[in-house]
Design a protein around this ligand. Structure first.
Ligand code: AHR
Length: 316
């Protein structure tokens, strides 16, 4: 009798917990980079740890798929939506639909050009600052030596591509010895990073006229490093390599002397996002519009082998 009573109480308790679990839709971009894969893994882990029911959608790099996913989350009546917006423009209508449905939207890692009252908050780094940190590293590394730079941009129209370019240009401004001689998108992927770097090498005297590569993410840098090696040059020496993200593979390259510097972008955007949502759900208190993560510079003097070991199991 007692055990039946206990079982019933436990079942009721579980039922209550299940009924109160929050449901969050995550409109993810895709899996273009190691960093993106880690963000997806960590978001799922963070949701599990907090008992949040996460509905995940992979948009395969297409804005229309993200918009369709958001509409589907709205129709399902989720408690919140996480959006990593592939590009910066074109979100007004769907964000208005979420707002009309009283569903808070949190932006992850990229920005939109919509009015900020259409979303609850944005979690991410200062993307212009990231570019500035990368550019300042190069300014210090080359000193007054002439340096012709090639740039691999991220996805066209995405806020990190726009802002990381601006930041780097800010940093090299006034240093007339440093010049960006070629700049093209590699869409944040390793494959396109390699392909575009091959064309840069060909156009620049087999790479002999290139002093440095600035890549808007590590994956493109890793692809480009392969292209530089295939062209018979030494990445990290003949061509300096600076990029952004701090994924394990760039630390491996750094440990091998084939990359020089990276600026860290934490893939744990979901932790601060879920914290902000909990406060909002519990008390109605809205967070600040921008929750900023750190942008730390890593170079060969920061124990790249150790950094690789520490990060390699984190879902990158
Ligand atoms: O928005 C963040 C960027 O998107 C990361 O730097 C890049 O690796 C990813 O694809």
């Amino acid at each position: 009798m007692k055990s039946l009573f206990m079982t019933t109480v436990a079942a009721l308790a579980l039922g209550t917990a299940a009924a109160s679990a929050q449901t969050v839709g995550f409109a993810q971009i895709g899996s273009e980079s190691g960093w993106r894969a880690a963000e997806t893994t960590i978001t799922k882990q963070q949701a599990d740890e907090r008992g949040i029911d996460l509905k995940f959608s992979d948009a395969q790099q297409k804005q229309e798929n993200q918009i369709a996913a958001i509409r589907s989350f709205i129709a399902q009546g989720v408690d919140a939506i996480l959006l990593a917006p592939v590009v910066a423009t074109g979100w007004d209508s769907v964000l208005e639909e979420a707002k009309d449905a009283e569903i808070p939207v949190v932006l992850l890692d990229r920005q939109v050009d919509s009015d900020d009252d259409l979303y609850l908050t944005a979690v991410g780094s200062d993307l212009v600052h990231e570019g500035e940190v990368a550019g300042q590293w190069l300014v210090d590394a080359v000193d007054d030596k002439d340096c012709r730079v090639v740039e691999l941009q991220g996805t066209t129209g995405s806020s990190p591509a726009i802002d990381r370019k601006t930041g780097f240009e800010n940093a090299i401004k006034g240093h007339d010895n440093i010049e960006i001689v070629r700049s093209q998108t590699g869409d944040f992927t390793r494959a396109q990073g390699k392909e575009v770097m091959e064309s840069f090498l060909q156009a620049e005297n087999g790479g002999k006229d290139i002093c440095a590569l600035y890549a808007h993410n590590d994956d493109m840098a890793v692809g480009a490093i392969q292209a530089i090696k295939e062209a018979g040059l030494k990445p990290g020496e003949d061509i300096l390599v600076v990029s952004i993200d701090a994924v394990p593979d760039i630390f491996q390259a750094m440990a091998n002397g084939e990359a020089n510097a990276t600026v860290e972008l934490t893939p744990n955007m979901a932790g601060p996002a879920f914290d902000a949502l909990k406060t909002y759900w519990d008390s109605g208190e809205a967070p600040e519009k921008f929750i900023q993560t750190e942008s730390k510079l890593y170079t060969a003097s920061d124990d790249p082998k150790g950094q690789y070991e520490a990060r390699k199991g984190l879902g990158y």
